[in-house]
Design a protein around this ligand. Structure first.
Ligand SMILES: [Zn+2]
Length: 361
């Protein structure tokens, strides 16, 4: 099982230059290797592989001395990335899916490089990178498992390291309890036991900031430096909000998995809903998609835990006590049924989601 850990790193000026240079050389290598493949195929009908191309690396270094400043395995990984995109292309083609031919990469798009085995080490608060140096890293949580690869990423003028690690499936004690969850708008979600999970803290504040910055961008002239600056500020806020959502999603998912073994949730085709539904804004804002991904992945990685997706149809209308349909508009917050049941509409929905999920087992 592979787990990924991402941390912010703080390279100094010289290290930033060195990282930028590495990314640029990797991007150029990627494009030339792609060009070479296309050329050989077109003119000689030859298909070359990762092994053919990586065997040429020593020769390239002799001619283009600057490639000596990049770790050899990092360069090999560039060729492996290209090989992978070729393999993906052929796999999709074979499966009759829509397949895009491997593309040339711009410097803007190509924003990372990977040490696939060695050339990096982490000790305390510093990350040692071969050919680059000793960089300060903010380890907000420990790396667990055996580290396999180390990727350096540049994004919005910030730098990150991603470790992919081989980890044993996590052991969280089984509780033999099941739960249904209904995603909310004011609250993040509510459980069939009536527990409220709030939205991320300060979330509204960031959202207001985002709106102001979006307006600032649209007021500035296209192509101007002032607009570029405003776009950079906006990108930062976007990133901050995504991090807030992820943080909250991890918290809620951990909370649920600690307390329950089976978690039933709505199977929402987020993209469709965002397009059609009048709740669109809140849905995308609340980051449900991010949460579902995190919850599903964590459950898969934990022994004895599972997520069941159910069709959300009628879950808010059916009476969780007697099964009768009680029609109500969105503004009606309480479910009141002839059978005597009177509860919060969202808790009623969460109970229905739980019942529907368990019924599929
Ligand atoms: Zn009823």
């Amino acid at each position: 099982m592979i787990k990924v850990y991402k941390y912010r790193i703080y390279p100094n000026k010289i290290q930033i230059q060195s990282i930028s240079q590495t990314i640029r050389l990797c991007q150029q290598l990627y494009n030339s290797a792609l060009e070479h493949r296309i050329y050989l195929y077109k003119h000689c009908g030859i298909s070359i592989t990762f092994y053919n191309q990586s065997a040429e690396l020593p020769e390239i270094k002799k001619v283009l001395q600057e490639y000596k400043t990049v770790n050899a395995q990092v360069l090999q990984d560039v060729l492996r990335r290209l090989d992978k995109s070729y393999q993906n292309f052929f796999r999709r083609l074979k499966a009759g899916e829509k397949a895009g031919f491997p593309r040339f990469q711009s410097y803007k798009r190509y924003n990372s490089f990977t040490y696939p085995q060695s050339g990096f080490s982490l000790s305390g608060t510093h990350l040692q990178l071969s050919k680059i140096g000793n960089i300060k890293v903010k380890l907000h949580r420990p790396v667990e498992g055996k580290t396999k690869t180390c990727t350096i990423i540049r994004k919005n003028d910030k730098y990150y390291v991603c470790f992919s690690c081989e980890a044993e499936p996590q052991a969280i004690p089984l509780t033999y309890q099941d739960i249904g969850i209904d995603m909310g708008i004011k609250e993040f979600c509510i459980t069939s036991d009536g527990e409220l999970m709030p939205n991320p803290k300060n979330y509204r504040k960031s959202e207001d900031k985002l709106k102001k910055q979006q307006r600032a961008v649209s007021r500035k002239k296209k192509g101007s430096n002032r607009r570029k600056k405003a776009v950079a500020i906006l990108a930062n806020t976007h990133e901050h909000i995504t991090n807030q959502r992820k943080d909250n999603a991890h918290k809620v998912a951990n909370n649920l998995l600690n307390k329950y073994d089976t978690i039933c949730r709505e199977d929402l085709q987020i993209n469709n809903m965002v397009k059609n539904h009048r709740l669109a804004k809140s849905i995308s804002d609340a980051g449900w998609g991010i949460f579902f991904d995190i919850l599903d992945t964590k459950a898969k990685q934990t022994l004895g835990k599972r997520v069941i997706k159910v069709d959300p149809k009628y879950t808010s209308q059916i009476c969780s006590n007697c099964g009768q349909i009680v029609k109500k508009s969105l503004s009606v917050r309480t479910h009141k049924c002839e059978c005597g049941l009177e509860i919060d509409r969202d808790i009623n929905a969460a109970i229905n989601i739980l019942h529907k999920g368990l019924a599929t087992l």
